[in-house]
Design a protein around this ligand. Structure first.
Ligand code: NAP
Length: 302
């Protein structure tokens, strides 16, 4: 039996539209209703037939839902939750897809104190945004971390987990605070580093912009993919997971200083040992099916 039959998606960007497409593909009998604050996004969603119905107000979208998923930037979760408070059916389950969990749990609980809220985070995405950027297979073989705060209704948590399995994801359960520390190192810090490197390169005086772009195949261009990610989403992530990011940044700065020392004092063995360990991490990611084994990220070299 399907875990839900009437799903409402609030926020029809990359993640919301990928969920809508995934439902169409994997649970075609489920009725999908969508709403987005942006009229242009609603218009596009209606034109491309993303949902069975796209509503002009958030209240109209949730009125008969059994699952409501908030797919808006982390900083807008509280506002999006408050906007559905009056019309949310008493037996509906509310979930979200935010990249940080503790701040979202606090914001949604404040706005919807009586609702059953099962937070989740699909660890899948691209650097693109908007309703046309989504695709049904985005979650296939990727992890979705379900983060029920203590005391969350267990059957509701299982229904949300089953929903993500049906979209093709593997599900892991974690406490919200632990999620935020894990994601600080695996996602948030890498984005911060990419934003820094690309920012520094574009500010250099002795190397011209055209040289940076011309020779980017040396490694730089792989950082630019991450640094092209949505500015609103990532501003919100750093502000929402401030503690987790600052903690990991402190560790990272210490390790960077150690590397700096190794280079200064010509300690080649230290560099070699670290680079050998990091190569093994890449191998494990490929072995666990979290990336393609094709060299150079599968780029064509014809
Ligand atoms: P997106 O493509 O920018 O879409 C977000 C949509 O939500 C936009 O159309 C936005 O409209 C709309 N919106 C903003 N505030 C709203 C509100 N109060 N009510 C209704 N709609 C509202 O973003 P996304 O990449 O799908 O990200 C959505 C969520 O997924 C974020 O919480 C993010 O942390 C999480 N996530 C993202 C990724 C990723 O790689 N992108 C991966 C996993 C999880 P405006 O443009 O007018 O603001």
């Amino acid at each position: 039996m399907l875990p839900f039959s009437r799903v409402t998606i609030i926020g029809l960007g990359l993640i919301g539209s990928s969920i809508a497409r995934g439902i169409r593909q994997h649970m075609p009998s489920v009725r999908v209703t969508g709403h987005d604050a942006d009229p242009a996004v609603r218009e596009t969603a209606a034109r491309i037939g993303l949902c069975d119905d796209v509503t002009d107000t958030p209240g109209a979208a949730v009125i008969d839902a059994d699952l409501v998923i908030l797919c808006v930037p982390v900083g807008a979760m509280g506002e999006a939750a408050a906007a559905i408070a009056t019309d949310l059916p008493g037996d509906a389950i509310v979930s979200d897809v935010g990249s940080c969990k503790e701040s979202v749990v606090a914001a949604v609980r404040a706005a919807l104190p009586d609702a059953v809220f099962v937070p989740a985070h699909p660890v899948a995405g691209t650097e693109n945004s908007g309703p046309e950027a989504g695709f049904a297979s985005l979650f296939h073989g990727r992890w979705c971390i379900v983060t029920p705060p203590e005391g969350t209704d267990a059957p509701a948590t299982e229904r949300v987990a089953e929903f993500w399995r049906r979209l093709g994801a593997d599900v892991e359960t974690m406490a919200p605070g632990h999620h935020d520390r894990v994601l600080a190192i695996t996602s948030h810090l890498p984005h911060l580093i990419a934003y820094t490197i690309v920012g520094t390169a574009s500010d250099l005086e002795e190397v011209t912009q055209s040289e940076v772009i011309k020779y980017s195949a040396g490694g730089f261009r792989d950082f630019t993919r991450i640094a092209a990610s949505d500015p609103t989403m990532w501003r919100d992530v750093f502000l929402a997971n401030r503690e987790g990011v600052l903690e990991m940044l402190q560790r990272f700065s210490e390790d960077l200083s150690a590397l700096q020392r190794a280079i200064r004092w010509g300690k080649g063995d230290e560099l070699f040992d670290l680079f050998t360990r990091t190569r093994a991490v890449r191998r494990s990611i490929i072995e666990q099916g979290q990336d393609d084994a094709a060299p150079d990220f599968g780029r064509s070299h014809d």
